[in-house]
Write a protein that binds this ligand. Structure first.
Ligand code: DGY
Length: 322
């Protein structure tokens, strides 16, 4: 009998067809977000799941779905999965690193630029019809990119990609802080210099967050950290909601503690803090860092290869996390 698997979110039909060559597939063409109970119901009798960051895979779910053998997440981040609980039950967990690195680095750099140069704010202004004269001295003047100091918190593959863009493409001074310092060759390739966290916060003109979320990283950036930044600085978060204290950030933006924020991820998304929505000096996007057609297709294809391999039908495509 063919194993049964669940794809929790709508995906590219031609890529999903590959799954059907191996498994009986239940999918979600209407892209409904299921409650934990609905997810457990749909997982009954399933050997594998192609999951996304929208679903929480925890011990309670695993205990309610004893036939589950593989959790293959579409995304490099996997903070939605209790990996220890999976390991304890022999459930394989995989993610989709590498295929999204450059696309996400492009996005982080672009969001930082849009934030610094007030692109979205000016776009909103033009759309109101209020543009009656082209100003010079106080007309959406922002911060420079070229020659500025780019600070990166979290120096994995995406962080290094953003560093390269800043150093090589825009002549920026790039400083970073990370759990571990890169070796000399990696630092040279990224064009980046290691500093402590305080120095990073104090010296960055544009701070970009690219660290993975874990409970220990919760509110890594709160009121105290923002207070160390320059009043002219910008903060860009393409990592995960919860790394930034959104209420503290909104208060800091209102008070002028920093100049602006570009946010692609939020605490409790898709809900967004009302004060961030109301702030003129924010650029807010809907968790789209890896969302190019080529990359999202590559992520789906890799997750499917992982599922096929994890259930024993092909070579392992990426290193499993459990
Ligand atoms: C990732 O790859 O982790 C993205 O945030 C999509 O969830």
């Amino acid at each position: 009998m063919r194993p049964s698997v669940l794809a929790t979110r709508a995906t590219f039909p031609d890529i999903a067809d590959r799954l059907r060559q191996y498994f009986d597939v239940t999918d979600n063409p209407s892209d409904t977000i299921w409650s934990p109970t609905e997810l457990i119901e749909r997982l009954q009798g399933k050997s594998g799941v192609m999951s996304t960051g929208s679903e929480r895979i925890d011990a309670a779910l695993l205990d309610a779905c004893p036939e589950l053998k593989a959790v293959c997440n579409v995304g490099v981040g996997y903070n939605n999965i209790d990996v220890a609980a999976c390991t304890a039950r022999g459930v394989v967990v995989t993610n989709t690193p590498d295929v999204l690195t450059e696309t996400t680095a492009d996005y982080g750099f672009g969001l930082m630029m849009a934030t610094a140069r007030r692109i979205a704010e000016s776009d909103r202004f033009v759309r109101t019809g209020a543009w009656t004269k082209t100003g010079i001295h106080d007309h959406f003047v922002g911060g420079d990119i070229q020659g500025a100091t780019l600070g990166i918190l979290g120096m994995g593959r995406i962080g290094r990609g953003i560093a390269r863009r800043g150093a090589l493409g825009f002549g920026m001074r790039v400083i970073y802080h990370n759990r571990s310092k890169l070796d000399a060759a990696q630092e040279a390739e990224a064009g980046a210099q290691y500093v402590d966290k305080q120095t990073l916060l104090k010296e960055a003109d544009h701070l970009v967050l690219v660290l993975p979320y874990s409970p220990a990283a919760h509110h890594t950036i709160g009121a105290a950290e923002i207070a160390l930044m320059k009043p002219s600085a910008t903060l860009t978060n393409i990592a995960r909601g919860g790394i930034v204290d959104d209420a503290a950030l909104a208060a800091a933006l209102r008070a002028g503690t920093i100049a602006a924020a570009g946010l692609d991820v939020f605490e409790g998304e898709p809900k967004v803090h009302a004060d961030l929505l109301a702030a003129p000096n924010t650029v807010l996007t809907a968790h789209i860092g890896s969302a190019s057609v080529r990359t999202r297709r590559a992520m789906a294809a890799l997750a499917i290869d992982n599922l096929i391999a994890s259930l024993g039908y092909g070579p392992q495509a990426g290193a499993p996390l459990t």
